[in-house]
Design a protein around this ligand. Structure first.
Ligand code: AMP
Length: 279
């Protein structure tokens, strides 16, 4: 596996690959890799000649400096896992390399970012859109792979690709979970034993909400799921939303022909986790 960290090197390398007619599959990550990331690498590999994975803890998408500081970083283990999966190129730049000057451009995704993650993490999607745009220019992928785990991020990146005419295909892959239902996340490493024990209740709450929506109104079903989570003192719910799966706008009732997503964010101590289900 080739390991690159400078912008000029990755640019030159992917230009060469393109000239040789190689199809590039790209998986952007923030590292501390787990099975969720590896599922994206495997999917990318099955449809492309060359796999590029980036590992970059992007400072501009963190609205909380402590969260950035404490974000798990395991560069050696990541490189080893990627090589084992048959990744061809690992791109892991330093923040000073990625941001050589202060960015002035800002993104506004309108109502798409005024809910859920966008509403609770000011500036988050601006940082995501900036880094993903930079990475797309540097890596020049034919396909880029993302997880449904970050459902709103995927919707934002779809809009970014449409608005800026990036010539690539986006692929969204299902959430990989631990055996007890907890969605895999690099942040799970930061949970204490008690928090880790409580964490699968997030998925339980989403499943409960899905069941309740079959018979109750949206507001009643949400109240039941919120009350359920209220029984676990380790969990502080930030939001629980029933939304249109594409526009991500809150739904007040469920109609047969409307795609629905139920999404939540919660704190376990200082660790903020998100999860969702598509109905
Ligand atoms: P991250 O390193 O957390 O920024 O995630 C990198 C990519 O992996 C994003 O597209 C995530 O949506 C995806 N991802 C993270 N966790 C999971 C998971 N449990 N299952 C599937 N994909 C995931």
């Amino acid at each position: 596996m080739l390991h690159l960290s400078s912008l000029s090197d990755i640019r030159r390398h992917t230009e060469q690959l393109r000239r040789q007619g190689q199809r590039i599959g790209f998986v952007p990550t923030m590292g501390a890799l787990h099975e969720g990331h590896l599922s994206l690498i495997r999917a990318a590999k099955s449809q492309n000649d060359i796999i590029v994975c980036s590992v970059f803890v992007n400072p501009t998408q963190f609205n909380n400096q402590e969260d950035y500081r404490l974000y798990p970083r395991l560069p050696e283990k990541d490189a080893q896992m990627l090589a084992q999966e048959g990744c061809d190129v690992l791109f892991s730049p330093l923040a000073e390399e990625m941001y050589q000057h202060k960015s002035k451009l800002s993104f506004d995704f309108g109502e798409l970012e005024q809910v859920m993650e966008g509403a609770h993490r000011p500036g988050h999607f601006n940082g995501v859109a900036m880094v993903v745009s930079k990475l797309f220019h540097l890596v020049k992928p034919h396909q880029a792979f993302f997880g449904q785990k970050d459902l709103q991020q995927f919707a934002i990146i779809q809009q970014l690709v449409l608005d800026l005419s990036f010539d690539l295909e986006l692929v969204c892959f299902p959430i990989i979970r631990e055996e007890d239902g907890l969605a895999m996340s690099s942040r799970n490493r930061r949970l204490t034993t008690e928090q880790r024990e409580a964490a699968p209740q997030l998925h339980q709450a989403l499943q409960l909400l899905r069941t309740q929506l079959q018979t109750l109104s949206v507001s009643e079903a949400k109240r039941e799921a919120e009350a359920f989570l209220g029984r676990f003192p380790q969990i502080k719910l930030e939001y629980l939303e029933v939304v249109h799966a594409q526009t991500l706008q809150p739904l007040h009732e469920i109609a047969a022909d409307v795609p629905v997503a139920i999404c939540l964010a919660a704190f376990l101590g200082e660790v903020r986790l998100i999860d969702n289900l598509l109905l």
